[in-house]
Design a protein around this ligand. Structure first.
Ligand code: ADP
Ligand code: MG
Length: 275
């Protein structure tokens, strides 16, 4: 496989959908691994207290391990907390521990509570530049709710990637998500754009999946990737080995579909918004 083009500026994408179980975490870690395997330096920020992204990347996130909680609540510095994933020397994770569950409440009285992650990421990326290094992508995995953790992700990002599960209720809640994103855009982050929609858990045998995919493409022709992620046992098995499907079974259809999605994201580049 040919290496993907690399962005000249760090692209920061938040993977969001307020529904649980639609493939946010799976998409975050597999796209990150796909991009890293093609030469990009990639950081995954695990913003879900469940820590599923940290698990899938084979990164330690037990109990008192320094984590994204320390970054958000204690001004911890990202460079001291990130861990390299055993899967690739280009792939890093800012892990989540169970402490993050409390952050949703602890953030409430804090100054600039919506900007905590953005501030820390800005400092970190500036340090990298100073050291002559660069992260090409930061992918943020969100919890399934629109609390302060997700708001921090939207404020830190420039792009939103929405995974949509190809099932009957898929579009329900999507307009609410888009409304919330435009509120954030208006009040907290004018540079935010929904750049990417990815259809996941596609079951080609059902007419319903086909119809949902058609519907999404009709409504979001520019954003929806041509690549579709099939329902695949290999994808769901990989995390129990502390691996992404890219590392676990690179030649499997699920892995190939994530490599294709990553190639499209890389080839399209960042959305044109003058910033
Ligand atoms: P979210 O982060 O949105 O809650 P997950 O990524 O954790 O969703 O996915 C929910 C469940 O579905 C997990 O058990 C995951 O392994 C499984 N899963 C996700 N994508 C696929 C897929 N393409 N094929 C099969 N299982 C999948
Ligand atoms: Mg998740």
């Amino acid at each position: 496989v040919r290496a993907f083009p690399l962005p000249t500026q760090t692209r920061i994408l938040t993977v969001a959908n307020q529904k649980g179980g639609v493939g946010k975490t799976t998409t975050t870690v597999n796209l990150a691994a796909a991009l890293a395997s093609e030469g990009a330096r990639v950081l995954v920020v695990d913003l879900d207290p469940q820590g599923n992204a940290s698990t899938a990347l084979g990164v330690d996130h037990r109990g008192d391990q320094p984590s994204v909680y320390d970054v958000l609540i204690r001004d911890g510095s990202i460079s001291e907390i990130i861990q390299q994933s055993p899967e690739s020397p280009n792939l890093f994770c800012l892990p989540a521990t169970i402490h993050l569950a409390g952050a949703e409440i602890e953030l409430v009285p804090m100054v600039a509570r919506e900007q905590r992650l953005r501030g820390a990421l800005d400092r970190f990326l500036a340090e990298e530049t100073e050291a002559g290094e660069m992260f090409h992508y930061v992918l943020i995995d969100c919890p399934p709710s629109l609390g302060l953790l997700t708001i921090n992700a939207f404020v830190a990002a420039r792009e939103v990637l929405i995974p949509i599960q190809c099932e009957y209720y898929a579009l329900e809640g999507l307009s609410q998500l888009l409304n919330n994103i435009s509120l954030i855009e208006r009040h907290l982050n004018p540079t935010l754009a929904v750049s990417t929609i990815l259809l996941t858990m596609y079951d080609g045998r059902t007419r319903l999946a086909f119809q949902v995919a058609e519907d999404v493409r009709t409504h979001f022709p520019e954003q929806t990737l041509a690549a579709v992620i099939p329902r695949s046992v290999r994808i769901s098995e990989a995390p129990s080995y502390g691996q992404t499907v890219i590392g676990f079974d690179r030649g499997s259809p699920g892995s190939i579909s994530y490599l294709e999605a990553a190639a499209e994201i890389a080839e399209r580049g960042a959305p044109n918004r003058g910033n």
